[in-house]
Design a protein around this ligand. Structure first.
Ligand SMILES: Nc1ncnc2c1ncn2[C@@H]1O[C@H](COP(=O)(O)OP(=O)(O)OP(=O)(O)O)[C@@H](O)[C@H]1O
Ligand SMILES: [Mg+2]
Length: 372
């Protein structure tokens, strides 16, 4: 997958600019608050369907403008494609692929494929489970459209079930029980699928992560991962999907009074998590800053490997502020792994990339970009 061109208009602090990206390393460098991350954010919208900064769409429109417009062209193995997104202050967004309007985001996501690393991803190691779920969900969604469809459906059912639990007193007991059972059965079926896909994905992902981290540290650091869900036993998640759906369903039905008391759904794949271990210690508690960054980066490199295994080509790597806090050896390792791939990186310090001869360098100042 190769990103050839991107045009931004009224996006964040960028009034108008067209980028031509080279197939290898593209370095965007400049001082703080000049517009480096804005470029990564804009490109990633085409992969993830929304801003990774959890911004509202309108917040990404340049302060004094009424709309923003983003366009890219990229080539995959089959053809060249164009995608565009337009955000309006007063109207719904417009998304197009090769000139055709797209109504469902599940049809927009999964075309242009990118792996994103941004400093917020350090939270994958340390923060709450939802950060880790979001990470694997975004990664899997790009390569498995059916998974994204099920996730969206699951969220809707969960929302309905939580509304039922919040408003239980509005129902007769019989009506509550009937609705609870119907929603729980649907939730259990989707949860079994989601948990199964996530666990399989993670086991392949950590095969790569282990190798990357070991190579990065000369064999000193040994990383592993334990998947945790309502279905987990000491052997992880076992059993066929139908059996797992049945187990989820029985668990939910047996926990009805607890869920009623909590006024929210306690059982299901929305509570899944995974624990990253360095040797046998939980990385959440023991990893240093540099180790967290190394693990997060190894996860991202591994995400790229799985994408290539599944689709036949590497995604575009969008790495925001990637090398800070890493020692020389780790920096060199990351750069060596990115060699031969298309990468768009940002940095305050151009010197971090002094060994990257042949890279395209773009200097940014106040939302204006200069090829150097
Ligand atoms: N909607 C908007 N309209 C205009 N400017 C905006 C908007 N949103 C953000 N900005 C500006 O964009 C700039 C930040 O850009 P960006 O996040 O790309 O910085 P950066 O170069 O990555 O900086 P750092 O090195 O600190 O990460 C800030 O000056 C911010 O005020
Ligand atoms: Mg930034």
């Amino acid at each position: 997958m190769r990103l050839q061109f991107a045009n931004f208009e009224n996006f964040r602090n960028i009034e108008s600019f067209s980028f031509d990206f080279s197939p290898g390393m593209n370095i965007i460098y400049g001082g703080n608050a000049q517009g480096k991350t804005n470029v990564i954010e804009g490109i990633y919208i085409f992969a993830g369907g929304k801003s990774f900064r959890r911004a509202r769409e309108k917040d990404t429109i340049k302060f004094d403008k009424s709309f923003s417009s983003l366009n890219i062209s990229y080539a995959d193995e089959k053809r060249e494609n164009k995608m565009s997104v337009k955000y309006f202050r007063e109207a719904k967004k417009e998304c197009l692929i090769n000139g055709v309007k797209i109504r469902k985001m599940s049809e927009f996501i999964g075309n242009f494929k990118a792996v994103l690393f941004c400093p917020e991803h350090l939270a994958i190691v340390k923060d709450e489970p939802s950060v880790r779920r979001n990470f694997i969900d975004s990664a899997i969604s790009q390569i498995k459209p059916a998974y994204l469809g099920t996730l969206i459906e699951y969220e809707k059912i969960l929302e309905q079930k939580n509304a039922l639990l919040r408003n239980a007193e509005d129902y007769t007991e019989e009506a509550f029980d009937k609705t609870y059972e119907v929603l729980s059965e649907r939730l259990a079926g989707d949860a079994a699928y989601i948990t199964e896909v996530r666990e399989k994905y993670l086991s392949i992902l950590f095969g790569h992560v282990k190798n990357f981290l070991s190579d990065m540290t000369g064999g000193k650091e040994n990383v592993s991962c334990e998947y945790i869900s309502n279905l987990s036993s000491k052997d992880g998640v076992t059993g066929k999907r139908e059996e797992n759906a049945k187990r989820y369903f029985e668990m939910i039905m047996a926990g009805k009074e607890r869920e009623k008391g909590a006024k929210t759904s306690i059982f299901g794949s929305h509570r899944d998590d995974f624990d990253i271990k360095l040797d046998s210690n939980s990385a959440k508690i023991f990893a240093s800053q540099g180790q967290q960054r190394s693990i997060a980066l190894a996860l991202k490199l591994a995400e790229g490997e799985i994408c290539r295994e599944e689709t036949g080509e590497y995604p575009v790597f969008l790495f925001d502020d990637v090398l800070s806090e890493l020692d020389r050896n780790r920096k060199n390792y990351i750069l060596s792994r990115l060699d031969g791939k298309q990468v768009i990186v940002t940095s305050c310090d151009e010197a971090d990339f002094s060994d990257c001869t042949g890279a395209t360098k773009i200097y940014v100042e106040n939302g204006k970009y200069f090829y150097r």
